[in-house]
Design a protein around this ligand. Sequence first.
Ligand code: AMP
Ligand code: GLY
Length: 423
Amino acid sequence: MNILVLGSGGREHAIAWKIAASPKLGKLYVAPGNAGTREIAENVAIKADDFDAVAEFVCKAKIDMVVVGPEDPLVKGIVDYFSAKPEFKELMIIGPDKLSAQLEGSKEFAKMFMQKYGIPTAKYLSITAGNISEGEKFLESVNPPYVLKADGLAAGKGVLILDNLDEAKRELRNMLAGKFGSAGSKVVLEQYLDGIECSVFALTDGNSYVLLPEAKDYKRIGEGNTGLNTGGMGSVSPVPFYDANFARKVEERIVKPTIDGICAEGMNYRGFVFFGLMNVNGDPYVIEYNVRMGDPETESVMLRIKSDLVELLEAAAKRELAGKSVEFDSRSAATVMMVSGGYPEAYEKGKVISGLEKVKSSVCFHAGTAVSGNDVVTSGGRVIAVSSYGNNIFDALETSYSSLKNISFDKCYYRTDLGFDLK
Ligand code: AMP
Ligand code: GLY
């Protein structure tokens, strides 16, 4: 089977790495990919949201399956684009259609879906420029901190959590006035949920699902979960507080009703569902849905999947997931992200990365790298994800921390305290 993975980050490198281990694989391509995916696949210089160029390549390279890494092409309708063309009837494409992708693309859509299917989530109110005063009343009625979310995709930056009521009211107006562009022309106000987060992943064919290993990511730039939000500074899997009892609640209260809802709505959803959850005193609540895998959770999750990923993806695409299960590696996994100094604010690119070849005990998934002459250079904020196995997550973290000492580039930064809140 010839497979094309769309995207260029650590998540896509990790997915490609797992696909590359499948006996079912013929040829593997990544578009556009990075310096790391080049080692295990052929990189194709096509942007993931240039659908015409993707379609042309799918024909030329006789691609059987397209795995969509990031949310953008899904929200823009890549699945609908292919399903509307009879010549792609046999093509397997992993991801939801445009309507289902609204579960990530619109916070209000996701909230209405959760309400309809009785899925536990924070109380909310959706506000547009026409009902600001209702929004202000809502803010007055809840306890701080105040949670304000731009309805649309805002590259992970559209959520504000504020302690002060006047500031929250001011920011509500700023958002509606265009602070996050059109993504904020509608704002979802939410009750704050106090707890600890984790990420749960399912693969669905629209009727049935299988669960993948759960993970926890570290979003803040600074030690002790302080400072600005990032795309993710690392991850661990499994999650210590995700015990059998919590897992059962997640499956019964959240995963099953979500997949039942997808089925009842007749959504064309054959792909990954990412449940961003908050554990509030032992009870799970949905913070957000994503319609793709998480990054940097995927880098840890792929290490823990023992089953053949291609076989599972094929079953999802063909609506044959019923009765399938995923075998987990009994070892733990952890990922530490090496980032460019200054990230998530301004940072420099083009720094030469050295020492990658010296790493023997971990897998280096490339996030933001490119090839320049004979060098591998930095090309993004998040640069290299160093992922390792261990007897427990702390062991795995220690191995990643020891491996990354081999790798260097100018102004490199990473958090040294991952896992601190799980001890
Ligand atoms: P989202 O983009 O919806 O995942 O929100 C980004 C981050 O904001 C989440 O990962 C949480 O850390 C935090 N967050 C979002 N909604 C809430 C909420 N209702 N209560 C507490 N924290 C939240
Ligand atoms: N790690 C969170 C995300 O991928 O959205």
